[in-house]
Design a protein around this ligand. Structure first.
Ligand SMILES: CC(C)(COP(=O)(O)OP(=O)(O)OC[C@H]1O[C@@H](n2cnc3c(N)ncnc32)[C@H](O)[C@@H]1OP(=O)(O)O)[C@@H](O)C(=O)NCCC(=O)NCCS
Length: 177
């Protein structure tokens, strides 16, 4: 579990299922993702994320507000072994329910995740990518100190004129210098 001033990043709980299904069916949250998720797809995603955290002790964590214990979305690290020409790589990713945008939670949780990636996991590099039109996500990348590497066509969005063009950002482990 990671703790910040306002957040807990932790293993998923049964009580996260309903709010995660809700946010995965919110067209605004999912604007830059391929499709809305069905209830089954959301539950599958939670199951896979939980299993990876059990196995590795890290992954895509559920995010909870410390003040209220409310589930607000996910932030974490995801292994991308083969999909891209820059694979293998470890990606940092985030997705929050809309009512929790604009409060700095994504940036706060992502900074703690990078600290974990660099200090505990001793990764040499973390990457992040999103559709070029997803300015809120690119903004989080910049705020956590990542720099733009290139634009590329995401193979899973290929043929979607709005979403196929992605930006790739990276940050190197500052403790290795
Ligand atoms: C991407 C996403 C997580 C960004 O969320 P966000 O709330 O905009 O990002 P942050 O948590 O960094 O919040 C930033 C804003 O909170 C505001 N804010 C309010 N209180 C704050 C605080 N205490 N600290 C920092 N920022 C604060 C700031 O004004 C800041 O906006 P600015 O950077 O333009 O000045 C969100 O848009 C999202 O979930 N989108 C849908 C899913 C998605 O697209 N994920 C990425 C797919 S690749």
């Amino acid at each position: 579990m990671l703790e910040t001033e306002r957040l807990l990043l932790r293993q998923w709980k049964d009580s996260d299922k309903l709010p995660f299904m809700d946010m995965s069916m919110d067209p605004e949250v999912m604007t830059y993702l391929p499709t809305l998720l069905t209830e089954e797809e959301s539950l599958k995603l939670i199951q896979i994320a939980s299993e990876i955290i059990d196995r590795n002790k890290w992954g895509i964590w559920a995010v909870e507000l410390k003040d209220t214990n409310e589930f607000i979305g996910f932030i974490g690290l995801h292994n991308q072994p083969v999909l891209f020409d820059f694979s293998p790589c470890i990606e940092i990713a985030w997705r929050l329910a809309k009512k929790h945008w604009g409060k700095g939670y994504a940036t706060e949780g992502a900074k703690a995740t990078l600290e974990y990636a660099f200090k505990k996991l001793k990764l040499s590099k973390v990457v992040s990518f999103t559709a070029t039109v997803n300015k809120p996500s690119e903004s989080v990348m910049k705020k956590i100190g990542m720099t733009k590497v290139k634009e590329f066509v995401h193979p899973e969005f290929s043929g979607d004129p709005n979403l196929e063009k992605h930006v790739l950002y990276e940050i190197l482990n500052p403790y290795f210098r």
